[in-house]
Design a binder for this molecule. Structure first.
Ligand code: NAP
Ligand code: ZN
Ligand code: ZN
Length: 350
């Protein structure tokens, strides 16, 4: 099979640079995909720099993939050559545990296989992600893209979209609910759009005053500067649900205090170091809860894509060439992304 051109980090301190590899031979249920666009998630940066202490180098990041099917295995039924498809954060799971049985492969009790930095269940080879000219993925972990959606803006739905859709859906966000989204980055801006489309009253919390207008344009009914104590105080005890997407450790108490009785704040950001433990009394006296949430299952990812197709939701993106990825990472660290970088993988084909 053709050699794959990719970009990889060779160790935690190095910049990403060109890296070629030989993809696996197609298995019976495999789909070979020519990558067209790949979104840049903050998790890519965390892993390229080994901030989660589990990176196997070299690492080829990228789990917001859209592309075109170029070949299929002998028993592949779901997709055919020419189909436009997506791949998110997972490429396999055990398929037999209770979570997999429920379509919650992201919580696979035997560990799902990550799109990159994962271990192939048959060969033990390390998986490589979408900063690549092609990927080979089992058909059960490939998604169908609604035809009406712009392809580049669809790529970020495969992680940022599902990671926000899943908890918003799980916690029953909808009309009559007051919902907060913390952080207007890749995940946060999708959270604002999706919560708005679900019919909730949406309040964006941002540390960046320059993002107020964008927050409203993206669907927030109100925008609060989270560092302004007076603005925060005006919302005490009023939220049904808060989705916290911040990528850095921070004090959770100012947000917990905004929850009404029985309100929940769900964390999706995975900072390098843990947040300080929140104040116990403010949880107990109002039966408030703090939860976490991990991406979403395959069926739920398809539901999210169909929901976005119906509501015409895509990500607001800034397209970059492959060789601009290191600069993009630096800008992401400065919260300077509007609101997701997407790599034009054609620039990798040469
Ligand atoms: P991102 O685009 O960099 O956005 C993060 C946003 O958080 C920033 O735009 C900024 O928004 C805010 N922020 C950053 N530093 C902050 C600080 N020190 N204090 C307060 N706010 C700060 O990142 P992303 O791609 O959306 O990812 C967010 C996090 O989710 C990452 O940790 C990522 O690894 C994680 N993630 C988790 C899952 C999951 O399944 N749970 C899936 C994907 C990603 P403002 O400028 O508006 O304040
Ligand atoms: Zn991601
Ligand atoms: Zn499983």
């Amino acid at each position: 099979m053709n050699i794959t051109h990719a970009w990889a980090a060779q160790d935690a301190k190095s910049k990403l640079a060109p890296f070629d590899y030989q993809p696996r031979e197609l298995r019976e249920h495999d789909v070979q995909i020519e990558v067209i666009y790949c979104g840049v998630c903050h998790s890519d940066l965390h892993q390229a720099r080994n901030e989660w202490k589990n990176t196997i180098f070299p690492v080829v990041p990228g789990h917001e993939i859209v592309g075109r099917v170029t070949a299929v295995g002998g028993h592949t039924h779901k997709y055919k050559v020419g189909d436009i498809v997506g791949v998110g954060c997972m490429v396999d799971s055990c398929r037999s545990c209770a979570s997999c049985d429920e379509g919650l492969e992201q919580y696979c009790e035997n560990g799902f296989t990550a799109t990159y930095n994962g271990e192939d269940r048959q060969t033990g080879d390390i998986t490589y992600g979408g900063y690549s000219t092609q990927v080979v993925v089992n058909e059960d972990f490939v998604l169908r893209i609604p035809e009406n959606l712009d392809l580049a803006g669809t790529a970020p739905l495969l992680c940022a979209g599902i990671t926000t859709y899943s908890p918003l859906h799980h916690w029953k966000v909808g009309p009559g609910k007051k919902v907060g989204i913390v952080g207007l980055g890749g995940l946060g801006h999708m959270g604002v759009k999706i919560a708005h489309a679900m019919g909730a009253h949406v309040v964006l919390f941002t540390t960046s005053p320059s993002k107020i207008e964008d927050g409203k344009r993206l669907g927030a009914d109100e925008v609060v500067i989270s560092k302004d104590a007076d603005q925060m105080a005006a919302h005490v005890n009023s939220f049904d649900f808060i989705l916290n997407t911040v990528a850095a450790e921070h004090d959770l108490n100012p947000f917990i205090n905004l929850l009404r009785r029985d309100g929940n704040m769900t964390l999706v950001g995975v900072p390098e170091n843990n947040h300080p433990s929140p104040d116990v009394a403010s949880l107990i006296f109002k039966r408030r809860s703090v939860a976490g949430s991990l991406i979403g299952g395959i069926k739920e990812t398809q539901d999210m894509l169909d929901f976005c197709g119906k509501h015409n939701i895509t990500s607001d993106i800034e397209m970059i060439n492959m060789n601009e990825i290191n600069e993009a990472y630096e800008r992401m660290l400065k919260s300077d992304v509007k609101y997701r970088f997407v790599i034009d993988i054609d620039t990798l084909r040469g």
